[in-house]
Design a protein around this ligand. Structure first.
Ligand code: HEC
Length: 117
């Protein structure tokens, strides 16, 4: 009888660990997918924001010339933080967007622009 109990306890422990590790790996996969989605939607969000808010001065292809400088290689001259600061506070002829855009919208734009080298 005791032997049998011991066997059941072992089996339970084994099942428990098996379930735990299955959950663990599922969570890891879900996390990767979430990361990918985040990346895609960040670029989509940033491009939409850019079209609505920035294109009129910085151009359709970030080429500049419409009263704003080109931003095609902005990632080579500025960090993400510097870009975010300019978007939020403005600079020279550029209006501040700190009140018009949310913090996360500014971050999306800054991250997306900083990837343009
Ligand atoms: C009304 C026109 C206008 C709009 C709209 C505008 N900008 Fe600008 N932007 C400028 C001008 C002008 C400068 C140059 C400022 C200076 O250096 O004195 C500038 C500079 C910048 C710079 C720094 C570029 C550099 O090389 O120094 C970044 C980054 C930038 N803008 C991003 C954005 C983003 C992102 C948006 C949209 C949220 C935006 N701008 C909307 C006019 C504009």
């Amino acid at each position: 009888m005791d032997m049998y109990k011991g066997y059941v306890v072992m089996l339970c422990a084994f099942l428990f660990i098996a379930v735990l590790s299955a959950c663990g790996s599922e969570a890891a996969v879900a996390h990767d997918e979430a990361d990918d989605q985040l990346h895609m939607t960040n670029n989509d969000t940033a491009e939409t924001l850019y079209k609505n808010q920035c294109l009129s001065c910085h151009g359709v292809e970030l080429e500049g010339g419409r009263s704003g400088p080109g931003l095609q290689h902005i990632g080579s001259t500025m960090t993400e933080e510097q870009i975010a600061a300019i978007i939020a506070n403005g600079k020279g002829g550029m209006p501040a967007f700190g009140r018009r855009l949310s913090e996360s919208e500014i971050q999306s734009l800054a991250k997306w622009l900083s990837e343009h080298h």
